[in-house]
Design a protein around this ligand. Sequence first.
Ligand SMILES: N=CN[C@@H](CCC(=O)O)C(=O)O
Ligand SMILES: [Mn+2]
Ligand SMILES: [Mn+2]
Length: 332
Amino acid sequence: MTLVCYQPTSPGAWQGRNDGNDPDLQRWHQRVQLADLSRAPLPPIPEGQKGIAFLGFACDEGVRRNGGRIGAAAGPEALRKACSSFPVHFGGQLLVDAGNIVCDGPQLEMAQDALSATVAHILQAGYLPVVLGGGHEVAFGHERGISSHFGKEVVGIINFDAHFDLREPGGEGVSSGTGFWQIAQERKQEGQPFHYLVLGIQQNSNTPRLFKTAAELGADFLPAGLFQQKYHDQLVGAIRSFIQRTDRIYLTTCLDVFASAYAPGVSATAYNGLVPDALFLDCFRTVLRTGKLAGVDFAELNPSLDIDNRTAKLAASLVFETVMNYFLRQGD
Ligand SMILES: N=CN[C@@H](CCC(=O)O)C(=O)O
Ligand SMILES: [Mn+2]
Ligand SMILES: [Mn+2]
């Protein structure tokens, strides 16, 4: 593939604890295969196996344009590091690192185009793309790659986020806060429905205008306050009924959906965000186990604001969930 903004991952990115080379001792860093897409396509997936391809989106420009605290471009590197020592519980399945889309300076739109093309390539090769952000401008590029690959199929978007990210582009153009508005416009132009479910919305972080835009676009949302054990069945039921209306699911997690005690390393912290507890995990796994997963990403990790890698480790644990559920439990 010829790609602007593309950089392969350096071998030093995956390093960690080593207990030996036996299959039952291995860690992810011993199993991740590095692929340089500028030289060769992704390796073929052997019959009867599945593949996941990580792709970094090293980009600060969306958060900068949105007036936030920059540093998310270092997110992919921190996430790889936090994932490196996870144990391998998935037998011979294929875990590949497909490199990075790097947004150098103000070229955000170009980086998003490169992201879309690379995501489409990953899907074409039969892998599940797991994109490591980067600001939430990752969503527009990622989703477009998915919808271009799946053509007329209905792609539903599930976003764990404190924010709608339904802003109309302002003076600086598109940003980390405009991604889902941009997707809605594309859908409208194509005469396709916009299926968008946001989980964890904070009233104190979204203007009345954003709530109004969400209503006008037919977006569904569940507020952060609903994330209580007594509403468990309601939450899981709402997620399931949303998924039923779609053919494919794009799952995106904006790490600022979590309370700042758990996720201090984000641009816009939430003191009263979600707790990454059993209730949250039930909701997250409900999405992962649909059998319709088309792409997963994690946005807004800003290592320069993190405390003791807390946010990176939380995001990494969700990557672990994604890998485990895709390889071993999808379609339950
Ligand atoms: N991707 C982030 N979006 C939020 C940021 C809010 C903030 O910086 O306070 C938004 O635009 O609403
Ligand atoms: Mn957010
Ligand atoms: Mn967001």
